[in-house]
Design a binder for this molecule. Structure first.
Ligand SMILES: *Cc1c(COP(=O)(O)O)cnc(C)c1O
Length: 482
């Protein structure tokens, strides 16, 4: 390798470019043991650059092309190319987002972008931070809510405090369970509130559940409203949730990890009306909007709270007697010490496209999802789980011919529960499509198409993907699933 490694980096960049060509398959699936046998992963003996280049080729060859339209497996998808450029730049700069002195430009960018986002979400006087994902953002939310209620917790811990209770909808993301465990509430402190068929929280049930806990002398500390559930894309009636939170004096968080990107569109942001009344919000630009992983924002209405709740005032890093304005050393708001520059990727995308450009991408994404929903509704053998679009999620079953015209009784649904994963397997092995499936509540395994800003998917591509599902679905037999 040359002294600063640039010629190797040039080679790698070219390999990445080649890997993005049209003819490269979505996936060359191998089972773990098969893959292990193909790859030379041992690091004991160093190799030459030439050999390493071969290794890189192999790594790329067997990696999933998440930038293809046929990658519908996750809520993230292809990256915004400007965002990817931003990620490369910050990786190359290799610095940390904690003090102004080591990240002067990135500090200003994070502050500027957070202010822009706070305005967009309707809490212009709030505060925020970029965090490594939605699961961490909800930890921030719980910590902020708990600290606000009982500031003594920071020094004394939970002993001597009343039992605290957390409320979330049945369809919410599992990260709240992990957070409840990590923060010492315990998962039993979560009250799961039922939803309607479309996955929206039943607000009157929430109201009742909070009252029950109060009557029992417990302390309701956190309500988690959803703006885009992970599977169905359900958006709660956030205004109604806010009314209940206000009535009971409980912290309102909105998990907008998925649906928050709709705030970028003047046309669709009305779906999230009421979010501006939240005490805290989490949004993952790395999902629908296509910022490179990871890029997650935590917002809080109460300015100063993040710092108060999280600061530890380390004297070796956040010295008070520095030669510049130390209010720009924003890192003590974070639970992390070193922190990646996640704001810059999003800033690059936003700078390139502006508010208008991002809103057009959101509108286009919703239009594609609407087209898909209507196509699924019309198509023989396909059956929608929810008939109306909330976020750009389209959830459906494919019912092979041999299953049609029968009673859809419990036994029939048990077979469907196995057919969906079988179709997925066939689609993956043939590299036609990677699509996610899930059961939700009473619904047996179904497919979820979730549309994202990147890559743009045209109507033909949507129809071709449905056709792939149908083609593979028709090769499934009863034997294969019994
Ligand atoms: C993905 C997701 C999360 C978790 O975000 P990560 O960045 O994957 O940790 C939280 N809430 C919802 C609704 C999600 O879809």
């Amino acid at each position: 390798m040359d002294s600063n490694g640039t010629s190797f980096l040039d080679k790698v960049l070219n390999l990445v470019k080649e890997d993005r060509s049209e003819s490269v398959p979505l996936i060359r699936f191998k089972h773990p043991k098969e893959l292990e046998a193909i790859l030379d992963l041992d690091v004991t003996k160093g190799v030459s650059d030439k050999e390493l280049e071969q290794c890189v080729r192999q790594v790329l060859q067997y990696s999933v092309k998440t930038h293809k339209a046929t990658f519908r497996n996750q809520l993230f998808c292809g990256t915004d190319p400007y965002g990817l450029a931003g990620a490369w730049i910050t990786e190359a700069c290799n610095t940390s987002q904690y003090t102004f002195e080591v990240g002067p430009v990135f500090t200003l960018i994070e502050l500027k972008l957070l202010n822009h986002i706070l305005k967009l979400f309707g809490i212009p006087h709030g505060d925020g931070i970029f965090s490594p994902g939605g699961s961490i953002s909800i930890l921030y939310g719980l910590v902020a809510a708990r600290y606000k209620k009982f500031p003594e917790i920071k020094a004394k811990g939970m002993r001597n405090l009343p039992e605290m209770v957390i409320f979330t909808s049945e369809d919410s993301h599992y990260s709240i369970k992990k957070a409840a465990h990590w923060l010492g509430f315990g998962t039993d402190s979560i009250r799961i509130i039922p939803t309607n068929a479309a996955g929206q929280i039943l607000v009157h049930k929430l109201d009742e559940a909070i009252q029950v806990e109060k009557d029992l002398g417990r302390c309701p500390v956190f309500v988690n409203g959803m703006a885009g559930t992970t599977v169905l894309g359900a958006i709660d009636d956030l205004d109604a949730v806010a009314d209940v939170c206000k009535k009971h004096g409980v912290w309102m968080h909105v998990d907008a990890c998925w649906g928050g990107s709709l705030m970028l569109s003047p046309k669709y942001k009305t779906k999230l009306k009421g979010i501006e009344r939240a005490n805290s919000i989490s949004w993952n630009p790395h999902k629908m909007a296509g910022a490179p992983l990871q890029c997650s924002v935590f917002l809080v209405r109460d300015k100063g709270l993040l710092h108060e709740a999280n600061s530890a005032a380390a004297q070796y890093l956040f010295q008070e007697d520095k030669f510049y304005d130390v209010s720009y050393d924003t890192g003590d708001k974070s639970v992390q010490c070193g922190r990646k520059i996640d704001a810059f990727k999003l800033w690059m995308m936003w700078k390139a496209r502006g508010d208008l450009g991002l809103s057009l991408l959101a509108d286009q994404t919703m239009a594609t999802a609407q087209f898909c929903l209507e196509a699924v509704a019309k198509r023989p053998g396909f059956k929608l789980v929810v008939n109306e679009l909330q976020c750009p999620n389209v959830c459906f079953w494919y019912i092979p011919s041999f299953m049609r015209g029968q009673d859809m009784d419990g036994q029939w649904w048990e077979i469907m529960h196995k057919i969906t994963p079988k179709i997925k397997e066939l689609l993956t092995l043939s590299s036609q499509l990677m699509v996610s499936y899930s059961p939700v509540r009473q619904y047996k395994n179904f497919f979820r198409f979730a549309f994202t800003f990147h890559p743009t998917v045209d109507e033909d591509q949507v129809l071709r993907m449905l056709q792939s599902i149908e083609d593979c679905g028709e090769t499934v037999t009863l034997d294969m699933v019994s």
